[in-house]
Design a protein around this ligand. Sequence first.
Ligand code: F6P
Length: 543
Amino acid sequence: MATERKPLAERAAWQALQKHHQQIAGKHLRDLFAADPARGERYTAEAAGIFLDYSKNRIDDETLKLLLQLAEESGVAERRDAMFSGEKINITENRAVLHVALRAPKGEKILVDGEDQVALVHEVLEKMAGFSEKIRSGEWKGYTGKPIKNIVNIGIGGSDLGPVMAYEALKHYTQRDLTFRFVSNVDGTDFAEAVIDLSADETLFLVASKTFTTLETMTNAHSARTWALASLKEDAAIAKHFVAISTNAKEVAKFGIDTANMFGFWDWVGGRYSMDSAIGLSTMLAIGPDNFYDLLSGFHEMDVHFKSTPFEKNLPVLLGLLTVWYADFFNAQTVAILPYEQYLKRFPAYLQQLTMESNGKHVTLEGATVNYETGPIYWGEPGTNGQHSFYQLIHQGTRLIPCDFIGFFKTLNPLGRHHDMLMANVFAQAEALAFGKTADQVKAEGVPENLVPHKVFEGNRPSNVILADKLTPALLGKLVALYEHAVFTQGAIWNIDSFDQWGVELGKVLATRILGELEAEKEPAAGHDSSTNALIQKYRVSK
Ligand code: F6P
């Protein structure tokens, strides 16, 4: 697959975009809309029940043409096809990148090293479904014979953020007599508060860790075992109250969990791409196997769209290209994710790992330092709450912040006029950002001269509006896959490895060393810089 390509900044489309940017940067969205009355309908795309209005972006036909040419010159299609066919495109870890196999229908074949991965996926799914039914029906009994009422997922990063986000997003579909808690932080408060009102004989722990060596997760898992055994007493109780979700059977057995109670996955599932693998066991327990299969079918529908749709109508490609456009040509440093759906309250946090652990890279696949910006900072909160907090800066601050608004035609909780009010705010915010309010308009309202500058909205602030019918398990799958593939598109253009995460290693190593120094009886040698030495010393005398 390794076609020789020019470095990004030397590609014809990149250079043409630089020139083109100089022209379009001075144009206002007001003028672009005035010049093309059909713009609001033309710059839209729809697939798999997701509608994208990207007309309020600072683009014209030429921009789109050049961005699509950039995707072409960057080999996005070839790289996508390599991913789908199981090539080891995560080159620094020599791994295939096959989250798309996690939602491939039974019977499809994707080979890695000659072995069909889809069949393996379905074996695990069936095991998860059987287990979920037993827990949900009360057939599975805890050590003292009581059914399980509480499920505590212990994991961090991708082994936490996806499960938490999906649980919150799909709460409407959950079995309400089961209580779900999620423990991630090594801060003991997280564990203590999660179990404070639970009784061990009705509690099941899911220890979720791809590697089963992650410090935070293993520390919490050991504390959970101590907590459970304090009341259940016998080691034999562990088998009824702990299951593992991991790729590492050896470490699972070492921890004391019977590998019969282990749900496996594979090295080709990246942590941040794992919510639809066995890592999603908490999701399946919460919403049931049928809904979980619907979630997978939603993911798959978006995969098929990404794989087979021409780029000019391809939602993830368009979303990815627009992010590159702002990050590299407008120097936008962030992207705001603004779901107008309370159930999606953890979606921005989930996307932070997906986008920033994937594309926060400073070297190319060949190891050369990039001479362009890569992954922007993703952040956000649900609307309308954000409007009363940080939107001021988006509207009138000095920075350009592209926004993704996400909304639904129907609410899962109809209540008077609430939903119309919510959606009115989506459309109003996107309109206000794009068109603003001129000084003349402000003056015409009779605003005193001295206040006019304060009340002017420059506008020309870009946004996408993403709409769908209602939040269902399938829709959630489509939405997550949309962003997964948008991130992929960005990474392919930036020519970086979107699937490794070496940047998290150094801190882990240093923390292990410092932990020894915090706990040592003897004063440790002052082996760090003067700041770190002093902080360690201060903690030792004050703790
Ligand atoms: O923070 C680094 C990281 O490796 C993430 O990529 C991953 O999702 C998380 O740690 C948890 O890893 P594991 O599932 O192996 O415990």
